[in-house]
Design a protein around this ligand. Sequence first.
Ligand SMILES: Cc1cc2nc3c(=O)[nH]c(=O)nc-3n(C[C@H](O)[C@H](O)[C@H](O)COP(=O)(O)OP(=O)(O)OC[C@H]3O[C@@H](n4cnc5c(N)ncnc54)[C@H](O)[C@@H]3O)c2cc1C
Length: 533
Amino acid sequence: MTEQPDFRRYLVDIDSIKTHQQSTDYLVIGAGVAGLRAAIEASQHGSVTVLTKGSVEDSNTWNAQGGIASVLDKTDSYELHIADTLRTGCGLCEEKTVELVVHNGPALIRQLFDWGCAFDLVNGQIATTIEGGHSHPRIAHAHGDETGKIIAQTLIAKARQQRNITIIENFFSIDLLTVENKCLGVIGRHNEKEIRIIWALNTILATGGAGQLYRETTNPSVATADGLAMAYRAGATLQDLEFVQFHPTTLYIAGASRALITETLRGEGAVLRDIKGRAFMKDYNPAAELAPRDIVSRAILEQMLKTKSTNVFLDIRHFDKQHFNKRFPVISELCESFDIDITKDLIPVRPSAHYMVGGVKTDLAAKTEIENLYVCGEVSSTGLHGANRLGSNSLLEGLVFGKIAGQTPLANKTADFGKSIIQYKIPHSELRHLDMVDVRNSLRALMWRNVGITRKSLELRQATELIQFWQRYVMDKAFDNPQGWELQNMLTVCLLIGQSALGRKESRGTHYRSDFANTDDEHFKKHTEVKRV
Ligand SMILES: Cc1cc2nc3c(=O)[nH]c(=O)nc-3n(C[C@H](O)[C@H](O)[C@H](O)COP(=O)(O)OP(=O)(O)OC[C@H]3O[C@@H](n4cnc5c(N)ncnc54)[C@H](O)[C@@H]3O)c2cc1C
């Protein structure tokens, strides 16, 4: 375990006596698949307050396209799903977690269906497709490539039907409140004005991903790693942060946002071609287009370098257009909006940061080392993904661990929060202010260049030094707005990712070091842990 120097426990001044406050039994921070599933479960045991940074629609969940993986037909088996997950995780998966998630998947997906989630059907059964890394078609999807949105809408509707769930939108959670290693709730800002404390018996952190740490990303703007940074400041252990998954195919049109082109397209026959029109994936892996994401991402990057181009292409000219429009309505609309006729044109794509594999270390009950703090979804590290995530396993993980986190009995029912006095004052800083927008953009570009798909010692070292330089001028300030808090969170987590990547002197899963290209089981078949001293 690497112990990191203490910067600051809280990002803002706290005086719990004077601050506007409220209390709840369960506090759920985040309204993606994990947070909403946790909230619905917890509502059977007590009052629940759900916080989201933007609107309930702003989440990675809402944007998920391909689907959710599970054993849904008799020709598939738990053993195969487990084996695929373990193989993709490259020796670092926790087998008990994998078994737990795989075994609980089918019932929770059928429950979602019963709650109204309109999965696509074939002969009355949930239809499944195949994706890279899976040995069997087991990806359930809804409205073609709108799976995440349909799942989110189902869970939001279900949560809104529960009388004891309150959803508070536009609440920026700044920090978890702790006393003597017990989590007591959160301090944050509501509606861009009021600082508020929410005391809770059980706190469930479900803040999702961290894609915004990188210049190129498929993640929405809310994914700035706040949950990872909050948990770190509170003293939780973060695990395997060097493992960041890059999605091989996002639309690359300069100036346009990096919209994801789901890998289900490759599962259904799309071919990757370089700028000269050559199908190149077989040069890199016998599974070609169906190889796991990290292999495809690196192959694309290498082919871009070889052919001196900014992107490669996805070729779906042989697809039936009518079927494509129906099966992939989001991509179909996207292509049309850029005048790409899929029957004649190739789709320009390149990789982008997509999924944070590492996260806050939890056990099989979603517990952390901090009492009364539970973590689920992308912000957690349950050991399901190991060194790499098998496609479509993350919605599944959110569903399974959301339920587990929400079913935890309430801590001390008789807690009297009035007695928890927290006071914290940030000293005035004499150091100059840096241009926040410039630092944020430069940080994201630096992460993309130096801590991206291919890494090596010199670049990683340069990155950590530069981040530490920026930290000196940013971490000592007390901001009163989300832009400042986000930047502080981003700097905290970027440094931890860079340091974790430097420490892992091997290549495994999503972490590829050109200076240590082999996997070194003797020294590195273990998790990387970081914790604040
Ligand atoms: C484009 C795209 C496509 C994907 N496709 C698939 C797929 O096909 N299959 C699959 O399994 N996975 C897919 N994924 C990954 C998957 O969507 C995510 O891993 C999963 O949805 C994460 O769910 P979550 O509940 O953990 O977090 P999210 O859904 O990201 O929700 C996070 C929540 O936390 C809130 N939050 C964050 N910070 C704060 C804060 N400071 N204060 C208050 N609230 C905060 C946000 O507002 C949001 O409500 C995809 C991801 C993307 C981006």
